[in-house]
Design a protein around this ligand. Structure first.
Ligand code: NAD
Length: 345
């Protein structure tokens, strides 16, 4: 039986999650919502996704017809035919939708712009798939937290204890945003620690982690500078840490000097060469020559494609809530190979 998935908020994340779901053989898109008949509706129409209005307001629904789009109804109509809704509304907006999901009796997945406390659970595939099995709702953590979790969770599992300090060098805006900045400054996040590190503890509470963050004028990716303290007698070396990450799904390790991929610009060019839609990079990119384990202290850099690393996690999170796949690695393999086929790769 196919899991019926609704997407509430067909923006940067929503349109990507819709395609990732559409790629799978155990789930289907029953509808996507737009707040108004803006340009994103054309993509939904082209993809054949039934289009709904984010609101139940009759006038707002009628506006779609007037603009030439077939609108199947309001959010309540969509929720009535869905098993699970993936809320991809802008950060902090999703909380106003939660009551609607609860009263419609559908499972719900929020994104990283919402708080763990509001949702009551958080998710990344590698850290806590099992604790989300058959849950009523969860939150796929932010792009940064997902990135930290991808490399730190297996490291924790390999050595049994981890204390981490990291700095998030954040992109100022997504490529499609015109209202965010800075465009000519480095902007420190003047809340110390930033929320990113502690957010990892919502999916892997065993890792002691703090973070600071700065926003810089770039749109391509985030870059993390990470210092992790391993326990005495950890038994790892720089090479074995690299081996560990190479064996993880959704982590790419490459040598900058050898490949010429020395900045996020080349990482994204490499991603466009892979050929996924929108030039997405679902994997976390670790520079091999930026990794060094010195005694108990591990230093490394990693780059995060903010618009897309969380996309496959949403698919795995759907399976976790629906209780259809207990093994996170099996779900990841199923998700990723379906996306590969979908993109003709
Ligand atoms: P976006 O602005 O690109 O898209 C949001 C969409 O939701 C828009 O189409 C908007 O019209 C619609 N919307 C507005 N109000 C709504 C409502 N009340 N209910 C439903 N939909 C509504 O935003 P985004 O970048 O896709 O972010 C969505 C979520 O994903 C946020 O929580 C964000 O923090 C998180 N996230 C974003 C990124 C990123 O880099 N863009 C990465 C990871 C996680």
């Amino acid at each position: 039986m196919s899991i019926k998935v609704a997407i509430n908020g067909y923006g940067t994340i929503g349109k990507r999650v819709a395609d990732a779901v559409d790629a799978q053989d155990d789930m289907e898109i029953v509808g996507v919502t737009k707040t108004r008949p803006a340009f994103g509706c054309d993509l939904a129409v082209r993809k054949g996704y039934p289009l709904y209005c984010t609101y139940d307001d009759e006038e707002k629904i009628q506006a779609f017809e007037k603009a030439g789009y077939e609108c199947k109804g309001g959010l309540s109509d969509l929720l009535a035919i869905a098993d699970v809704v993936v809320d991809c509304s802008p950060g902090k907006v999703g909380s106003s939708n939660k009551e609607k999901y609860l009263s419609a009796g559908v499972k719900f997945i929020f994104q990283g712009g919402e708080s763990h406390e509001m949702v009551g659970a958080s998710y990344t595939s590698s850290a806590n798939h099992a604790s989300n099995l058959n849950g009523n709702g969860t939150r796929v953590v932010s792009c940064n937290t997902t990135g930290l979790s991808r490399t730190l969770a297996p490291l924790y599992d390999a050595c049994g204890s981890l204390t981490v300090e990291c700095t998030m060098i954040r992109r100022a805006a997504d490529p499609g945003d015109s209202s965010k900045g800075p465009i000519n400054a480095i902007k420190p996040v003047l809340k110390v620690p930033s929320h990113h590190g502690p957010d990892v503890m919502t999916v892997k509470p065993e890792i002691a982690i703090n973070s600071m963050a700065v926003a810089v004028p770039t749109t391509l990716m985030h870059c993390h500078s990470i210092v992790a303290t391993l326990p005495e007698g950890h038994g790892l070396s720089t090479e074995s840490v690299l081996q560990l990450w190479r064996s993880q799904p959704r982590v790419i390790v490459m040598n900058g000097a050898e490949t010429g991929i020395t900045t996020t610009a080349e990482v994204m060019e490499f991603a466009r060469d892979i050929g996924r839609k929108w030039g997405d990079l679902h994997e976390i990119f670790v520079w091999e020559d930026g990794v060094k384990l010195d005694g108990n202290t591990l230093y490394y850099f990693q780059a995060i494609h903010q618009e897309s690393d969380v996309i496959p996690e949403n698919v795995d999170a759907i399976r976790a809530l629906m209780g259809t796949m207990d093994d996170w690695k099996a779900s990841v393999e199923k998700t990723d190979s379906a996306i590969r086929r979908y993109n003709g790769l």
